[in-house]
Design a protein around this ligand. Structure first.
Ligand code: NAP
Length: 474
């Protein structure tokens, strides 16, 4: 991967010092002059750099901080004598003055969104009439990423170009810049010195080139705790890898499946609203996920996509950690959605006697059809060894209510919540007050994540590597 480190400092001295360090790790260095209070008169100090250098004076309209066109022409005329490349925006008024010059980069930045594939190709074509075309777009979701990738593939026969995404999803275009066809990837000299949203620092970019890419597919996904969990596991295990939110609106799972294969994304977790619909876009769905009726994890083995369900593993490991064997125990499961079905899968395999109580009885009956032996209740009644909440009642953003009366709890019971935010729900608090042994949904969350990480990498991160950051975050 060829890398250009983008240096943006307040003074020439600072820029030189940063560029000298950057050239050790990069094939090119870009000097962004737009933050300097005064444009420098003397650019000769930059002649000492040993890699090709780009002079850029990015305007505010295109994501920089240079105001107005005051001294621009004079500055670029001087820069042309020292720098190998000048980066001029496609809407710059200076094109007439620099037309036909060697080493020009014609750049376009859209800080709001991404056009269609055809729109991107058209922009690259227009820019290429003036210099090496460069285009950067804010990627809002996987459809934008697919458009960018397809445009890169289509334009690649027409010569060298620079193409990248901005924003969180844009990180993927930097890590996989070669697949997109970009001549090089921009990076910051160090963390915190980024010149564009989604840019990575040069050390991280090198480390992640060819790394294991994973992520979470859903809509929305910005709130998900999974990136925190998995990225800390990659760090702890010292494996080059990244886990990114992959916002996937309804109707765009086809784009997502294409991206998994084309960008060699090793695997993804799947959340609302795609846990069921994603099945139509996979090559195979394993027996566990089919019976649960939900895929929460996809693994990509050389383009062959398999769906599985690691929520089941999450439930199983939680029981093992609690030291509870559900065989022949009376278990009450509250809810009849994906989490409840994952519990039923594990519990029925272990030979538990399952009782299901759900707001909508018909949905519980459908679960009972798939898991023979499950008994559907009309109302809360009976005495249980184990109770599991699989409804969102008590979750952040939902009413602070328990799905069960406190009278249902007693000492010696195992009471588990699948909710992990907040870690202590009213349901668990009332169970604890009545002497039950409780367990938060954090355990299930961590163990399902460990199982997914194992499926993708073949490696098993320790529990602490994944639980620490999430406990701190909640
Ligand atoms: P789901 O498929 O939408 O099912 C939700 C279930 O809760 C349905 O049975 C629904 O009943 C019931 N429900 C919803 N609102 C209710 C209310 N106001 N009162 C009573 N019942 C209500 O969701 P899911 O994927 O199973 O997730 C359920 C919970 O599990 C969520 O809190 C989620 O965060 C948690 N979860 C945790 C993990 C983890 O790793 N810790 C993993 C997966 C899920 P109806 O059938 O009547 O709609």
């Amino acid at each position: 991967m060829r890398v250009c480190v983008s240096v943006m400092e307040d003074s020439v001295e600072e820029a030189i010092s940063s560029a000298l360090a950057a050239q050790e790790e990069a094939e090119l260095v870009e000097i962004r002059f737009d933050r300097m209070a005064h444009l420098p008169e003397d650019l000769s100090p930059f002649q000492g750099l040993e890699v090709p250098i780009i002079a850029t004076l990015r305007t505010a309209a295109q994501g920089g901080s240079f105001q107005g066109d005051r001294d621009r022409k004079e500055f670029f005329q001087k820069a042309a004598r020292v720098f190998d490349h000048l980066d001029l925006e496609d809407d710059s008024v200076l094109w007439d003055d620099f037309q036909g010059m060697e080493g020009l980069i014609c750049s376009h930045h859209d800080l709001e969104g991404t056009p269609s594939k055809e729109g991107i190709v058209r922009l690259l074509e227009e820019c290429s009439t003036r210099g090496m075309p460069k285009a950067a777009f804010l990627l809002n979701d996987v459809r934008d990423l697919r458009a960018l990738l397809s445009a890169g593939r289509e334009f690649s026969s027409q010569g060298e170009f620079l193409l990248m995404g901005m924003g969180e999803l844009g990180k993927l275009t930097r890590v996989r810049s070669e697949e997109i066809g970009s001549a090089f990837a921009y990076a910051s000299p160090s963390r915190g010195k980024e010149t564009a949203e989604g840019q990575l620092d040069v050390a991280t970019l090198h480390r992640l080139s060819g790394a294991t890419v994973t992520g979470i597919v859903g809509y929305p996904v910005a709130h998900s705790a999974s990136p925190l969990i998995h990225n800390s596991a990659f760090d702890y295990m010292d494996i080059p890898g990244i886990y990114l939110p992959l916002p996937t609106p309804e109707g765009s799972l086809g784009d997502l499946a294409g991206l998994l294969r084309e960008l060699d994304i090793r695997g993804v977790n799947v959340t609302i609203p795609h846990k069921r619909s994603v099945m139509d876009h996979l090559d195979e769905v394993d027996e566990k996920a089919r019976l649960v009726g939900a895929v929460n994890t996809v693994v990509n083995r050389y383009g062959y996509l398999t769906g599985t369900n690691t929520d089941v593993d999450g439930v199983e490991k939680t029981f093992q950690t609690m030291g509870v064997d559900p065989a022949d125990r009376e278990v009450l499961v509250l809810g009849a959605g994906g989490a409840a079905r994952a519990c039923c899968y594990y519990l029925s395999q272990e030979g538990a006697r399952i009782h299901l109580l759900n707001r909508t009885r018909e949905r519980a009956e459908r679960v009972a059809e798939d898991f023979p032996g499950v008994r559907v209740l009309d109302r809360e009644s009976g005495d249980y060894d184990i109770i599991i909440n699989c409804t969102p009642l008590g979750m952040e953003g939902f009413p602070d209510r328990s799905p069960l009366s406190p009278e249902m709890f007693h000492p010696g019971q195992m009471v588990m919540d699948t909710i992990y935010n907040p870690p202590m729900t009213r349901f668990l608090r009332e169970a604890e007050e009545r002497g039950a042994n409780t367990c938060s949904g954090i355990e299930m969350l961590i163990y399902q994540a460990i199982a997914a990480f194992e499926v993708w990498t073949g490696l098993s991160p320790p529990y602490e590597a994944m639980s620490g950051p999430i406990r701190e975050g909640l």
